[in-house]
Design a protein around this ligand. Structure first.
Ligand code: NAP
Length: 294
């Protein structure tokens, strides 16, 4: 790693909890490979996100990632917000500008990278989103803006799925395309899903390590209706959701490339450098070797 000196640019991540984050490992690996003089630190913010962002700006911090629970709350502390992040209603990356921080959502950039590398496109496709939290929101908004024709939003708490449907409709309303047909279902209503050939995004936390023998649904009929299953979870490498989908003939991928993709997109925004594919491959190898991704 570059020696820390008077010219070191300071970056970091704000959230709570934040001590488990693997972002410092990722960004220091990238800085080493790219020859950049930077340090990336976790900052646990107890509650006053507004003061934290103001303080970070006053201290000359070059950029920040934002994680749970501040991805939406941080937006009020910013001087500018990228259009897509505004539509999603969540920001995970702050970039220093002349008058304050500008907010971006690179989770969605990471998800697009995940799909590109897996050879999956959502344009003209029927999509199922399982979950209605922050990750589901990014996935739903991405599918709507990238031309999915049908969008089923399925969540244990249907109220939250309905609120997400409304947010997606409003997001589309401010864009140019007509947007997909959106339907909301409860998890116990999966049999109401009609037809097959769906791309499913598993955006719940069910199946996350250490609960690796769980899946959000065990319905074989549901998995038979899928052609692709994208699980946003990256530990374990192969989730039960992925196994069940593969057993019924669907292609399945995990969320590792989304994780790496969001970090790379943030890094590129902060440094103005393009990270070559070879470095991305090495980063994937490094994280796997360290046991940080499954
Ligand atoms: P979140 O906002 O807390 O949302 C959690 C979602 O999981 C909600 O829809 C919740 O349903 C559902 N859920 C939780 N327990 C459940 C259960 N027992 N049965 C059914 N549904 C359940 O979390 P998030 O930030 O969206 O993250 C969700 C997942 O995505 C996590 O596993 C996270 O690791 C992963 N993720 C990956 C990346 C990546 O880079 N690959 C990025 C972001 C997130 P209710 O609304 O009914 O409670």
């Amino acid at each position: 790693m570059h020696e820390i000196d008077g010219n070191t640019r300071v970056l970091g991540i704000i959230g709570n909890p934040v001590r488990h984050t693997m972002s410092p490992v990722i960004h220091h690996f990238l800085a080493e490979q790219m020859g950049d003089n930077l340090a990336y630190l976790p900052f646990e913010v107890q509650n006053d996100i507004h003061t934290a962002v103001k303080g970070a700006y006053a201290l000359g911090i070059a950029g920040m990632n934002v994680t749970v629970p501040y991805k939406s709350a941080v937006m009020e502390a910013l001087t500018d917000i990228d259009d897509e992040a505004a539509k999603i209603g969540a920001v995970n990356t702050l970039v220093r500008t002349e008058h304050g921080f500008k907010g971006y959502n690179t989770d969605v950039t990471g998800l697009r990278r995940e799909l590109r590398e897996a050879g999956i496109t959502v344009a003209g496709e029927r999509v199922v989103i399982l979950g209605a939290g922050g990750a589901a929101r990014a996935a739903a908004m991405m599918c709507a803006s990238d031309g999915a024709c049908e969008l089923y939003l399925i969540n244990r708490n249907q109220e939250k799925a309905r609120a997400l449907a409304e947010a997606v409709q409003n997001g589309i309303g401010s864009g140019t395309s007509a947007g997909p047909e959106i339907r909301v279902l409860g998890l116990e209503e999966l049999e109401r899903l009609q037809g097959n050939g769906y791309i499913a995004f598993q955006c719940t936390s069910v199946g996350l390590f250490p609960n690796t023998d769980e899946a959000v649904t065990e319905s074989r009929e549901f998995y038979r209706q899928l052609k692709c299953a994208v699980d946003l979870i990256y530990t374990p490498r192969q989730t039960r959701f992925m196994k069940l989908a593969e057993a019924e003939g669907a292609k399945a991928v995990n969320g590792s490339m989304m994780l790496i993709g969001q970090a790379i997109a943030s890094y590129e925004l902060w440094t103005g450098h393009t990270v070559p594919d070879q470095v991305v491959k090495e980063l994937l190898g490094e994280l796997t070797e360290k046991g940080l991704i499954g």
